[in-house]
Design a protein around this ligand. Structure first.
Ligand code: FPP
Length: 228
């Protein structure tokens, strides 16, 4: 495929509704959501997508019930500790954005461990946004620059101090479930991203869905504020 996006950002929405529609507990929707992440990661590697970021836990998701939060953490913990997880099997580099130190210690360590084990992989990098918010990202960057003594900043300096400092801005951002919101994802980085809102719930997303998103992206005419 030619003209493939270098970085795809994904706002995974609809896990709860996927489960409720089937009379299942919400957490089974998240469990199936992890399977959809696996399928997408494998498809990214196959299609030569260099970066794929997943909005996995937002700074606002702490408002959910303790039961649901603990359930998501358990799924994540079990998945990271699995011997043959997709990152190791397919040589996928794992990165994170967001503030990890609010997570339970063992989960925090499992995340760091996965980053360490996969850090030399080069082809495809997945980025998990964990306890991440676009506003929080900007505020932390600005506060860091203030502490360093800057009185005035510019776009380049801000970009270099966001959590995504070594990652290109997303070319395409997808939000599943048909909701048309950004919900505090990479606010600054998404200035010129193409947006697409497929109607399916996240657990139903697979390689075919990803290819459809890429085809839609390829038909867009990106002008970055200029003229053709
Ligand atoms: C959105 O569905 C989904 C989330 C807020 C959590 C997504 C988390 C995972 C799939 C687990 C994390 C896994 C890894 C590997 C990082 P929703 O619950 O908002 O669905 P709803 O809008 O239908 O209620």
């Amino acid at each position: 495929m030619t003209n493939i996006p270098q970085h795809i950002g994904i706002i995974m929405d609809g896990n709860g509704r996927w489960a409720t529609k089937r009379g299942l507990p919400r957490n089974l929707g998240h469990k199936q959501g992890i399977k959809a992440i696996e399928k997408t990661v494998i498809a990214c590697k196959k299609l030569n997508i260099k970066y794929c970021s997943f909005f996995a836990f937002s700074t606002e998701n702490w408002k959910r019930s303790k039961e649901e939060i603990d359930g998501i953490f358990s799924l994540l913990r079990d998945y990271l500790k699995k011997e043959n997880n997709v990152f190791l099997e397919y040589k996928i580099k794992v990165e994170t954005i967001g503030t990890l130190n609010k997570f339970p210690r063992d989960l925090y360590n499992a995340i760091l461990d996965m980053k360490e084990k996969t850090k030399s992989y080069k082809d495809t990098c997945v980025i998990f946004a964990l306890n991440y918010g676009g506003r929080d990202d900007i505020i932390r960057a600005v506060n860091k620059l203030i502490k360093e003594g800057y009185q005035e900043i510019n776009e380049k300096l801000l970009l270099e101090n966001l959590d995504t400092k070594n990652i290109p801005e997303p070319d395409l951002v997808i939000r599943t479930s048909g909701e048309m919101r950004i919900s505090n994802f990479m606010l600054y980085q998404m200035a010129y991203s193409e947006l697409y809102f497929p109607k399916l719930y996240w657990p139903s997303f697979n390689e075919k869905s990803l290819k459809k998103c890429i085809e839609i992206f390829q038909k867009r005419n990106r002008r970055f504020g200029g003229l053709n």
